[in-house]
Design a protein around this ligand. Structure first.
Ligand code: 3PG
Length: 475
C-alpha cells in the first residue's frame, strides 16, 4: 500500500537510539495501513502524489517509517512512527512541531488523529539545560529536604478583581497560617484594578512579614506572562531586584519561543519557574489532539521547575492512572511503555532534573490522603477554593491544609487528625473526605492487569483508552 506514490510502511524496521518515536491513534476513511502512510508522508517528506523532485537520498535518509501497527478495526488503530534525527532542525522546537504536530491534523481522510506520546532521543535532549532547581532545589530553598513533606500552596481567589492590598492581605493570611506557596491565577497579570508592580510590592511586604512570624521561607509565584517579551523581562528584573525568588508563566499559551527565551533569562538570575498549563486541554480532549505528556516532556527539557499536572481526584480531567503517569514523567528518569495510557518508554538525559509536580484544580484539605496515595510526597498540593472557601475563611483554610499535610506526612490519617484540629474538621464537614482506598485499588488493579488493559486497548481502541484515562474508578 502506498500514499502519494511512496511506501512508508516498514514493519521490520528496528528503531535507532537517535530516532524520534511517535505513538498515534488514528481512524479514517482508508485502511489503517494507508492512513499510517498518509500520516508518515505528510509529516515527513511526502505529499498527495508522486513528485518528480523526490530522490533516493531524500527518501531513505529523511522519511518517517511506520514500524508498528496495532489494528483495532480495518480503518482504525495505533500507529508507531520513527523519524530520523536528520529530518529535524533539532535546535528548533517549532520546526519539530510543524512536522510531527503540524499539517497532518488537517488531512480530510482522518476522523481521529491523536498524538499520544513522543519519545525524544537523548541526543536531542542534550541541547536543553533542563530545570535549574527542580524538586531538590526547591526543597532546599524551603527547608523541606529532611522532612520530604508535600508542599502546600494556594491560588488567590477571586481569580481577578482584588486590589493589590486586598490580594496581599489574602496572601499574608495564607502564608502566616502555614502555606508555602501563594500564586497568581493564570488570568491575572497587569489589569487596571491590580497593576502587576503594585501587587508585587504589596505581596512582598506580606511575604517578608509572614517569613518573620513563621520562621519559614515562603514563595510567591507572580504571573509575568505577556505577549511582549520585553515586558516579561522587565518584570523578571523587577522580581530579582526586589527580593522575589519565583516567577510564574502560562507556558502553553505563551508558546515555545517565548518560553525558551524566558526560561534562560529567569534561570540566569537564579529564580525558580512555576509553570501553569492553562489552555493545553483545548489540544487534547477531542478526536484531534496531542496528549499532555508530550508537552510535559518539552517543559521539563526546556527547564521549568514546577508544573501543573492535574489532580486525578479534583475538578480537572484525567483518571488517577493517567495523572500518575504525568507524575512519573515529571519526577522519574525512566519509564516503561503503557499502551493502555498511550505512553511510550521514556528516558530523560541525566542532566534533566526532576520537576515538582503541582496538583491543582478543585483540591481541598479533605483530599490530602488521596493525593498522597496517588502522587507520594514529592507533590505541591495547591487549593484555591479549598482554602478560601473554608467556612472560617482563608486563615483557617490554610491551617487546615497545612495540618492535613503534616498529619498525612507523619502517617496519621485525615479523619484521625481532624479530631485534634477544628480547622481541619470544619473543612472536612464542608468539603467532605475522599478516602484513599479507591486510589489504592486502582493501582493494585493496574499492577495485576496490565496485559488485560493492553488487550482491551487492542480490541476497542480509543473508546477504552478514554475510559481508562478519563473515567476509570473502582467502587
Ligand atoms: C489553578 O490555577 O490550578 C486553579 O485556579 C485552581 O483553583 P481551585 O483550587 O479553586 O480549583
Amino acid at each position: 500500500m502506498t500514499y502519494g506514490g511512496y511506501n512508508y510502511l516498514d514493519l521490520k524496521y528496528k528503531t535507532k537510539e537517535t530516532d524520534f518515536k511517535v505513538l498515534i491513534y488514528a481512524s479514517g476513511e482508508f485502511k489503517l495501513e494507508k492512513l499510517a502512510e498518509a500520516i508518515a508522508s505528510e509529516s515527513s517528506v511526502g505529499t498527495w502524489t508522486k513528485i518528480s523532485t523526490m530522490n533516493k537520498k531524500v527518501f531513505t535518509e529523511y522519511k518517517a517509517r511506520v514500524y508498528k501497527l496495532i489494528k483495532v478495526t480495518d480503518n482504525s488503530g495505533f500507529i508507531f512512527i520513527a523519524y530520523p534525527y536528520e529530518h529535524f532542525d533539532a535546535k528548533n522546537i517549532l520546526q519539530f512541531q510543524a512536522s510531527v504536530m503540524g499539517n497532518l491534523f488537517g488531512l480530510k481522510e482522518l476522523y481521529d488523529l491523536y498524538i499520544m506520546d513522543i519519545s525524544f532521543p537523548i541526543k536531542y535532549q542534550k541541547q536543553f539545560k533542563g530545570p535549574k532547581f527542580g524538586i531538590n532545589g526547591i526543597r532546599k530553598y524551603l527547608g523541606t529536604t529532611k522532612s520530604r513533606r508535600p508542599h502546600t500552596g494556594t491560588i488567590v481567589k477571586p481569580k481577578v478583581g482584588l486590589t493589590p492590598k486586598e490580594f496581599a492581605n489574602v496572601a499574608y493570611k495564607a502564608w502566616s497560617n502555614g502555606l508555602d506557596l501563594v500564586k497568581d491565577d493564570e488570568n491575572l497579570v497587569d489589569q487596571k484594578f491590580c497593576r502587576w508592580k503594585d501587587r508585587f510590592d504589596e505581596v512582598m511586604k506580606a511575604l517578608n512579614r509572614a517569613e518573620k512570624i513563621t520562621g519559614e521561607k515562603k514563595l510567591y509565584a507572580t504571573n509575568i506572562t505577556d505577549s511582549d517579551i520585553d515586558r516579561m523581562k522587565d518584570r523578571v528584573d523587577y522580581v530579582y531586584e526586589n527580593g522575589g525568588k519565583m516567577v510564574m508563566m502560562d507556558v502553553y499559551v505563551m508558546g515555545m519561543p517565548a518560553l525558551c527565551s524566558m526560561v534562560n533569562y529567569v534561570h540566569n538570575l537564579g529564580l525558580i519557574i512555576h509553570a501553569h498549563r492553562a489552555g493545553y486541554s483545548a489540544h487534547q480532549r477531542g478526536n484531534f489532539g496531542v496528549n499532555f505528556q508530550v508537552y510535559e516532556k518539552f517543559y521539563r527539557m526546556i527547564g521549568v521547575d514546577q508544573l501543573h499536572i492535574g489532580t486525578g481526584v479534583g475538578k480537572m480531567e484525567g483518571s488517577p492512572m493517567l495523572i500518575k503517569r504525568f507524575h512519573d514523567v515529571a519526577v522519574k528518569h525512566n519509564g516503561k511503555e503503557k499502551l493502555y495510557l498511550g505512553s511510550l518508554d521514556f528516558k530523560f538525559a541525566k542532566h534533566i532534573k526532576p520537576i515538582f509536580p503541582v496538583t491543582s484544580g478543585g483540591v481541598n484539605p479533605g483530599m490530602v490522603d488521596n493525593l498522597v496515595a496517588l502522587h507520594g510526597k514529592d507533590i505541591i498540593i495547591q487549593a484555591g477554593g479549598g482554602v478560601h472557601g473554608h467556612p472560617k475563611g482563608t486563615a483557617a483554610g490554610a491551617r487546615a491544609l497545612r495540618y492535613a499535610v503534616d498529619s498525612v506526612n507523619k502517617g496519621i490519617p485525615l479523619l484521625k487528625a481532624a479530631k485534634k484540629n477544628k480547622d481541619l474538621k470544619l473543612a472536612l464537614d464542608k468539603f467532605g473526605y475522599t478516602e484513599p482506598s479507591g486510589i489504592r485499588k486502582i493501582f493494585k488493579f493496574e499492577k495485576e492487569n496490565k496485559d488485560l488493559l493492553n488487550h482491551l486497548i487492542d480490541k476497542d481502541g480509543m473508546q477504552t483508552y478514554r475510559m481508562i484515562t478519563e473515567h476509570f474508578s473502582i467502587g
